[in-house]
Design a protein around this ligand. Structure first.
Ligand SMILES: Nc1ncnc2c1ncn2[C@@H]1O[C@H](COP(=O)(O)OP(=O)(O)OP(=O)(O)O)[C@@H](O)[C@H]1O
Ligand SMILES: [Mg+2]
Length: 95
């Protein structure tokens, strides 16, 4: 409803917004560059930030543009993840 009022084509800030439609902010570009650097060198990286600042969205965009021939994406969701479960999860994809 408000979309029509403001002349919007999409509902802004929805969670399933296609990643090519995202606002291309300088902080997101910086984060994407750092994630690329870490992935290409097989490093560990941790992305932290305040609630709702776009961490998941930035990773979604990063993953969408990854060369799937070179990288394998694994999503492990477990708030009590132990090193044992981490390696077990990695092992299930045959790395
Ligand atoms: N660059 C962007 N352009 C447009 N919308 C965005 C952008 N980044 C984030 N959003 C929107 O902002 C909202 C919050 O983003 P997101 O869920 O990625 O944040 P988060 O940091 O992962 O949050 P949480 O701390 O709750 O996990 C989402 O609805 C998302 O679609
Ligand atoms: Mg998130």
């Amino acid at each position: 409803m408000f979309e029509t009022f403001y002349g919007m084509q999409y509902t802004p800030f929805s969670r399933d917004l296609p990643t090519e439609k995202l606002y291309d902010s300088p902080p997101m570009q910086e984060t994407l560059g750092r994630l690329k650097y870490a992935a290409e060198r097989q490093l560990f990286a941790v992305l932290t930030g305040d609630c709702g600042t776009g961490k998941t969205t930035t990773i979604r965009r990063f993953v969408d543009r990854l060369d799937r021939g070179k990288f394998h994406v694994l999503y492990l969701f477990d708030s009590k993840l132990t090193p044992r479960h981490f390696y077990k999860g990695m092992g299930t994809v045959g790395l």
